[in-house]
Design a protein around this ligand. Structure first.
Ligand code: AHM
Ligand code: MG
Length: 339
């Protein structure tokens, strides 16, 4: 068997790539690794819910059972707060950001984390993959003071690291610190992540499109036209449609095989559905680092200046040439850019 590097070894060896190089980011990534294992253990038990009890029940040890998305939120919140590195966390599961105090009630920690603890959670009941998405920034307000909203409303191009965990047929942790994208697979018997997908790259072209076509009638005309193009018989088209309904899994597959994931605006969701800070920015950072592209249909996701924590934006992300093709169709309807 080939001797694969573990995630722990990889993080330490590549500490120097990180521009601030203090070891703090390594410790932060280690805490994400730990929380991912805890959540993985719980997600794998989801099918036993009728045996072990449902949310709101009490389990055999007398502990309250929780819904998995709440469980995942608490697991990440707890682990990230414990290591004297993070000064604030914003989560898709919380209404507002949370201020973390360091040792002796100080505010000396430098990093903020934005997290979607369990994305695609409607898929849990049916044994389909779900994921965790995370995004890390350095704070912009002075060290020593409590974090403010300003620390969280940074454009995506200021992220220092981002990644996801996919709880699928295998559990994988995929992340970037701005030096490419690497994927690590969990060996469940040992509880260790191994480097299984070094230097992940989107193929420049692809033949998969991923969108919830059930909402077709509600889509903007540019999206309708692009879908028609995907389905036409010409060259390497028609493309295949693949849509899991778990962003992390759809993105992960498209990065490996080549494809585009689209969640556009629609007459039902005029701003789109996905959140800029917890979903679109980290996924866009990974996409660009893997040689792909992420756009809101008109402009680069990573340059959008956020105005609210839970802001939604449309997203077109994946193989570079596929996103560029979709943007050409969108450009014919410039009025739709004012979503
Ligand atoms: P969630 O954060 O409430 O789980 O929603 C995000 C998910 C994505 O993972 C997925 O791609 C999308 O919502 C599916 O939405 P839809 O069912 O509208 O196609
Ligand atoms: Mg989500």
């Amino acid at each position: 068997m080939k001797n694969h590097k573990t995630l722990g070894e990889y993080i330490i060896e590549n500490q120097k790539d990180f521009q601030y190089t203090t070891g703090e980011l390594s410790r932060l990534l280690s805490s994400i690794k730990l929380a991912a294992k805890v959540v993985n253990h719980e997600v794998n038990k989801a099918g036993l819910v009728d045996i072990l009890g449902n949310a709101g029940d009490t389990n055999i040890q007398g502990e309250d059972q929780q819904k998995l998305d709440i469980y995942a939120n608490e697991a990440f919140m707890r682990t990230l707060s414990n290591r004297e590195i993070v000064c604030g966390i914003a989560s898709e599961e919380e209404d507002d950001f949370v201020i973390i105090e360091g040792k002796n009630r100080s505010h000396d920690n430098k990093y903020i984390v934005l997290i979607d603890p369990l994305d695609g959670s409607s898929n849990i009941d049916v044994n389909v993959s779900v994921g965790t998405i995370f995004s890390i920034y350095r704070r912009v307000t002075p060290i020593g003071t409590p974090v403010t909203k300003e620390d969280f409303l940074q454009p995506g191009n200021l992220q220092v690291a981002a990644g996801y965990v996919v709880y699928g047929t295998s559990t994988m942790l995929v992340y970037t610190t701005g030096h490419g994208v690497n994927g690590f697979t969990l060996n469940p018997a040992l509880g260790t992540f191994y480097l299984s997908h070094p230097s992940m790259k989107f193929p420049e072209n692809g033949n998969i499109y991923s969108i919830n076509e059930g909402y077709y009638v509600h889509f903007p005309q540019g999206v309708k036209d692009y879908l028609k193009y995907c389905q036409e018989e010409e060259g390497d088209r028609p493309y295949s449609a693949r849509y899991i309904g778990s962003l992390v899994s759809d993105f992960h597959r498209n990065m490996i095989k080549g494809g585009v994931y689209i969640y556009p605006t629609s007459s039902k969701a005029p701003q789109g559905k996905l959140r800029l800070l917890y979903e679109c920015n980290p996924i866009a950072f990974l996409a660009e680092q893997a040689g792909g592209w992420a756009s809101d249909g008109y402009k680069r996701i990573l340059e959008i200046k956020p105005t609210e924590l839970h802001q939604r934006v449309p997203i077109f992300v994946g193989s570079k040439n596929m996103v560029a093709d979709a943007e050409k169709f969108m450009a014919k309807y410039p009025q739709d850019a004012d979503y």
